[in-house]
Design a protein around this ligand. Structure first.
Ligand code: BGC
Length: 267
């Protein structure tokens, strides 16, 4: 188990604060979020993803993180999976046992809290970046893409999410987008930023021909080095780097849970 930072043990004020947990292939991270600023209140708390990452094992870790902060309000949880009505429908970089698991019910049971919202990891990053980060004050169609092991996507129109778009699996010039231009492909093939940007451009050109977004937001760890590759992109739509970086999933999950608890688009 690893812990990033000292963390805050105090219970959050559910009026202003939310709580999110971001479940990834290697780490599960959670924290209290200031829903006005989109910033974490105190540090995040991280525990390594159990292997195998079965639903029960992951739910135990999520419950441990919630308990660490003594949080009792609404909880948002991301999964690297398609999630419809709280049920995981796919499983990328996580145990296949998640497929068809009622994640919302499982987390509610394990945490002992019914106010649970479960959503796709890229969708969570998208709502966070759209509200507080690279898409702040931008209207129209915003597409966030996370470049990592795969490519995650979030499509928003005037701040409203169209969930589970899974654009990373779209075929681009005969190959799945994420097999062509995930940042893992750059590493595996030892591509330069310029060579990799050429592949990313092909992906963005295909997406923009279908969706005509006003803005792309590039997320994932590689967005930290955005100055090395965004200038090489040749597609039409402006591309900005995500700004929340490794907190976007937590922040977006917290926001989604708060919106659902307030009677918004519960998922
Ligand atoms: C999955 C998406 C996920 C993305 C990033 C893709 O392979 O299909 O559901 O959002 O990876 O984790």
């Amino acid at each position: 188990m690893t812990q990033a930072g000292s963390g805050s043990h105090s219970a959050g004020d559910t009026q202003r604060h939310g709580f999110g947990v971001d479940v990834g292939g290697s780490g599960i991270k959670g924290g209290v979020v200031d829903l006005v600023t989109g910033e974490l209140v105190g540090d995040r708390y991280k525990i390594e993803t159990p292997q195998p990452s079965t639903p029960e094992a992951v739910a135990e870790v999520v419950a441990e993180i919630v308990k660490y902060f003594d949080w009792t309000g609404p909880v948002g949880v991301t999964l690297p999976a398609v999630v419809t009505a709280g049920v995981a429908r796919s499983a990328a970089n996580i145990d296949k046992g998640w497929i068809d698991t009622d994640a919302k019910a499982l987390f509610a049971r394990t945490i002992g809290n019914d106010l649970i919202t479960v959503l796709n990891d890229a969708d969570a990053a998208g709502v966070a970046e759209d509200r507080y980060g690279g898409g702040k004050d931008k209207s129209g169609v915003v597409v966030l893409l996370t470049f990592g092991t795969g490519i995650g996507s979030a499509v928003l129109h005037d701040g409203v999410l169209l969930p589970n778009t899974e654009l990373g699996h779209l075929e681009v010039h005969g190959k799945e987008a994420e097999h062509r231009a995930a940042s893992s492909v750059k590493e595996r093939k030892e591509l330069s930023y310029k060579e990799w940007a050429k592949e990313v451009s092909k992906v963005l050109e295909t997406f923009e021909a279908l969706l005509w977004p006003d803005l792309f937001i590039a997320g994932g760890g590689i967005s930290r080095k955005s100055e090395k590759w965004i200038p090489h992109l040749t597609n039409r739509t402006p591309v900005v780097a995500a700004t929340l970086l490794n907190t976007a999933g937590i922040v977006g999950a917290a926001l989604a849970a708060d919106t659902a608890a307030a009677g918004g688009h519960a998922r």
